[in-house]
Design a protein around this ligand. Structure first.
Ligand SMILES: *Cc1c(COP(=O)(O)O)cnc(C)c1O
Length: 424
């Protein structure tokens, strides 16, 4: 089936008991055992079934199957937020003394986790000079357990060459984890390009309506953990945190995603509420349709801005003069999501004036909502950094970042034009 169909149907057939067509919200904490043997079999992962909602829930299960189907993975795990998905994606395989090699420009929360939190647990994160496979490769050694990248960076708009990065990492026996929040299916499916693990903040485009936090990890099932057994004892040796199970033996290609569920999630509890899973499923049904409109509108706004006399520069990888144009063609068929940034002539003050004059665009820190959203990083998210640090994060004083929504394009352009007039 195609994405439009998968997004609506995958992972669910009408409930066998009630015949409910919409996915029911299983708002329960626990599930009853038939008897002691049934309970024992469930705990031994010997039979499928539910135990406790911190580790599994039937509503969340539909969401996990649907996202895994959209991403061409073998299984998914839903979590309370995208941040939890990023954290667990690393913690599942990292031990003190290991390192992760990462691209330098990252979502702010991920950067803070990598730069200031994981190192305190003995997990070093090595930031490459730039996104290139060669820069990442220079930092890999025998203790590297993953390479981490984002498909399209926010707010810088940098695009990672994930196929080249995957080929490079695999030649060193290292898996690649990619945050694809900005480019959900059908825009891009990283597993098709060799990526091993995909994470998303479902809070953004997948949910699509700015009403629920959620995260997901999708496992390709393709990384050969047992060929590098010494580096991944958590997947290939008896696991004391789950009564001695050997994940690679018990779960085969699903070893990684099984361990995320039964070690980090089971013991530290960033579980997704089934109510949020229901809302995220509602969003997912229209994801392919919404992404089409998001990108059409972003492309139109980018073209409009580029021809406007008050605009100093526009960065959108769908424009032929972007340095990421070729990568956008390769990975998103020339449709690189709906985040774009531009500079208002007049610097910081003009940027603030433009920002304050917006009427339709919401001033906030979020992306991927049906509504059009705007940020002025220099006065908000990045204001605690000096100008050199801002430049390092891809932020300039005049920079406005737009996340173009799915309203009528003429209303969106009219709001941009009146705000530019106010900034004159
Ligand atoms: C928002 C975001 C996150 C964090 O997700 P939350 O759901 O807010 O925890 C991670 N990565 C990217 C690229 C994001 O945009």
């Amino acid at each position: 089936m195609r994405d439009e169909t998968i997004a609506i149907h995958a992972g669910y057939e009408s409930d066998p008991t009630t015949h409910a067509v919409a996915v029911p919200i299983y708002q329960t904490v626990a599930y009853e055992f038939d008897n002691a043997q049934h309970g024992a079999d469930l705990f031994n992962l010997a039979v499928p079934g539910n135990i406790y909602t911190r580790i599994m829930n039937p509503t969340n299960d539909v969401l996990e199957k649907r996202v895994a189907a959209l991403e061409n993975g073998i299984a998914g795990l839903a979590l309370s937020a995208g941040s939890a998905a990023v954290n667990y994606s690393i913690l599942t395989i990292a031990e003190a003394g290991n390192n992760v090699v990462s691209v330098p420009l990252l979502y702010g929360g991920t950067y803070t986790l990598f730069a200031h939190m994981l190192p305190k647990q003995g997990i070093e994160v090595r930031f490459a000079e730039d996104d290139s496979p060669a820069s990442l490769e220079r930092l890999i050694d025998g203790k590297t357990i993953a390479v981490f990248a984002e498909t399209i960076g926010n707010p810088a708009g940098n695009i990672a060459d994930i196929e080249a990065i995957s080929d490079m990492a695999h030649s060193h026996g290292v898996p690649v984890i990619v945050d694809s929040t900005v480019t959900p299916p059908p825009l891009l499916k990283p597993i098709d390009y060799g990526v091993d693990i995909v994470v998303h903040s479902m809070t953004k485009y997948m949910g699509g309506h700015g009403n629920s936090l959620g995260g997901v990890i999708v496992d390709s099932g393709k990384f050969p953990w047992t060929e590098h057994a010494a580096k991944y004892p958590g997947l290939t040796q008896p696991e004391p945190a789950y009564h001695g199970i050997v994940y690679s033996a018990a779960l085969g290609p699903a070893a990684y995603i099984g361990r995320v569920r039964t070690v980090p999630l089971r013991n530290t509890g960033s579980a997704l509420s089934p109510f949020n899973a229901f809302l995220l499923l509602q969003g997912l049904e229209t994801l392919p349709l919404r992404m089409e409109r998001h990108v059409d509108n972003a492309m139109a706004v980018a073209n409009h801005l580029q021809s406007h006399s008050q605009v100093a520069w526009v960065q959108y990888a769908g424009l032929p003069d972007s340095k990421y144009y070729d990568l956008a063609q390769k990975y998103t068929n020339g449709r690189p999501s709906a985040l774009l940034s531009f500079g208002v002539k007049g610097g910081y003050d003009a940027g603030v004036k433009f920002y304050d004059a917006l009427k339709l665009f919401k001033r906030l820190v979020n992306i991927g909502d049906a509504k059009s959203l705007a940020a002025h990083p220099a006065s908000t998210t990045h204001r605690q950094l000096n100008e050199a640090e801002q430049a390092g994060a891809g932020v300039t004083p005049d920079m406005i970042r737009l996340c173009v929504g799915i309203e009528h394009i003429e209303d969106i352009v009219a709001d941009v034009d009146q705000a530019l007039a106010a900034a004159r």
